[in-house]
Design a protein around this ligand. Structure first.
Ligand code: AMP
Ligand code: MG
Length: 316
């Protein structure tokens, strides 16, 4: 039995909430699967989630909130979102909605996008934790990338022991299927991932919805369907030793002449934490392109390189 597993009583929940506020990683039960939670407003905590899961790519994460007021503080809720919230929250439905101006959620949590995926989970332990933490909690399933989603605290410990700070044990999860992900940033709601709430249940409320079949556990499969793909407007040039005239240089490690530096000390977690915010900062009309210094291809460097390659790839 892992020493990180704590039965989810009041004391353990308070401790877990404190850890989250401090930037720690806490696995917690939801009605669908166990989530690997980190403070969604802290770039480093979000980078820690990707590192712990060993994800080879940055796909956007779901921010978990305790109530509709907390959701509405982060994203623009239109009448469709209000209707769905009233009917299905708390519950296994994730809504992708436009970020509000000044929204504190890390750009890494949304993989650079202007939208954020939000959900209120229907599990007493998850809700108590989210209320106590009082911050949005980014939480993908608490398993190493490519593994099976965990439905017990012991599963979490088997997969992620040593890579997180605490596991709140609330017993086995009831649903075991991940949440339905519905994109409401478009005029017609689009089903990005089937899950606990069925298409029929959604259509009964909204009328016909569109299907996006390019999305799976590891993000969009077809590069043409890039609803969850952020790329800067400027061309991106990789493995650049120095900027060409007119180019901005995004550095890594010691990099004289860098316009911005992902991590001067060459720390990959710091680089991941800065990636999207810095790409956005350099995406300016007074530069001709963004040149990016070489990034090592291990640990979080894999996901950073993956995202940069897509940003540099042919435009659809
Ligand atoms: P997971 O965190 O593993 O449960 O997966 C979250 C799912 O939500 C993935 O399929 C993501 O691609 C999707 N998702 C999260 N945020 C967004 C977003 N802003 N836009 C589009 N899809 C999103
Ligand atoms: Mg998963």
């Amino acid at each position: 039995m892992s020493s990180l597993i704590f039965s989810a009583d009041e004391t353990a929940i308070a401790r877990a909430a404190h850890l989250l506020r401090q930037g720690g990683l806490v696995a917690f039960p939801t009605e669908t699967v166990y989530g690997l939670g980190g403070n969604a407003t802290q770039d480093r905590a979000v980078a820690g989630i990707f590192a712990a899961k060993n994800r080879p790519s940055f796909n956007p994460l779901i921010s978990h909130l305790p109530d509709v007021a907390a959701v509405a503080a982060l994203v623009e809720m239109d009448p469709r979102a209000r209707l769905l919230a009233e009917r299905f929250w708390p519950g296994p439905l994730t809504l992708v909605l436009p970020r509000r101006a000044g929204c504190p959620v890390s750009l890494l949590a949304s993989a650079g996008l202007d939208s954020i995926a939000v959900r209120i989970p229907a599990h007493p332990v998850a809700l108590a934790l989210l209320r106590a933490a009082a911050c949005p909690v980014a939480a993908p399933s608490a398993n190493p990338s490519g593994g099976v989603s965990p439905t017990t605290a012991a599963h979490v410990a088997q997969g992620l022991d040593g890579r997180l700070d605490m596991i709140l044990d609330g017993g086995p999860c009831a649903v075991g299927v991940e949440s339905t992900v519905l994109d409401l940033c478009t005029a017609t709601a689009t089903l990005l991932r089937p899950g606990g709430i069925t298409r029929e249940q959604l259509e009964a409320l909204l009328g016909p919805i569109a299907l996006a079949d390019g999305h799976g556990e590891d993000g969009p499969k077809s590069p043409g369907m890039l609803a969850s793909h952020y790329a800067p407007g400027l061309p991106v040039r990789l493995e650049a030793a120095a900027p060409r005239p007119g180019e901005a240089l995004l550095g890594f490690g010691p990099c004289p002449g860098a316009t911005l530096n992902l991590s001067e000390s060459g720390d990959l977690a710091e680089a991941a934490a800065h990636l999207f915010a810095m790409l956005r900062a350099l995406d300016r009309a007074d530069f001709s392109a963004i040149a990016v210094a070489p990034i090592p291809r291990h640990g979080l460097g894999l996901a950073i390189n993956d995202r940069l390659r897509r940003a540099a790839g042919p435009r659809g």
